[in-house]
Design a binder for this molecule. Structure first.
Ligand code: HEC
Length: 126
């Protein structure tokens, strides 16, 4: 490898890593928009109540199936997972794959980027 190639490879690598870091951390504003797809069933914010789905305040770090006064499916109640950012990203992409037989009727988001943005937004909800 000559010097120019090495430098070019280095730059491409650094760029790739930066892009990946970006996709992982997500964009809060874009996530707020993406949350428009969840709002029919989930409330967030100070006056959030359970609706068709449980409220999602403080969802990052919350145990699956643990919102008081919400009737979960047995699948969600017994999922035995904590909603880490990683689990949430996977869940919004493919709900039925992360918690099989759960009651959330949602196809899943189309892209990892949208999932990361969404989770960045969810993280802001205490
Ligand atoms: C059509 C209604 C509907 C839509 C749209 C929907 N959800 Fe849900 N969601 C539900 C229901 C119902 C449950 C409870 C599932 C169960 O008990 O099996 C649920 C459960 C969840 C849970 C688990 C909550 C807990 O307390 O363990 C998370 C997280 C979640 N949804 C996030 C989302 C996000 C983020 C979106 C948007 C990308 C979304 N949902 C879109 C209906 C919906």
């Amino acid at each position: 490898m000559n010097r120019a190639t090495r430098i070019a490879t280095g730059i491409a690598l650094a760029f790739g890593i930066a892009l990946q870091a970006c996709a992982q951390s997500g964009n809060v504003e874009a996530g707020r928009k993406a949350f428009g797809k969840c709002i029919y069933c989930h409330q967030v914010g100070p006056s959030a109540r359970n609706m068709f789905g449980p409220h999602l305040n403080g969802i990052v770090g919350r145990r699956a199936g643990s919102a008081p006064d919400y009737r979960y499916s047995a699948a969600m109640k017994n999922a035995g997972i904590v909603w880490t950012e990683e689990n949430l990203r996977a869940f919004v992409r493919k709900p039925g794959k992360v918690v099989p037989d759960n009651n959330m009727r949602f196809y899943g988001l189309w892209s990892d980027k949208e999932a990361a943005d969404l989770v960045a937004y969810l993280r802001t909800l205490k």
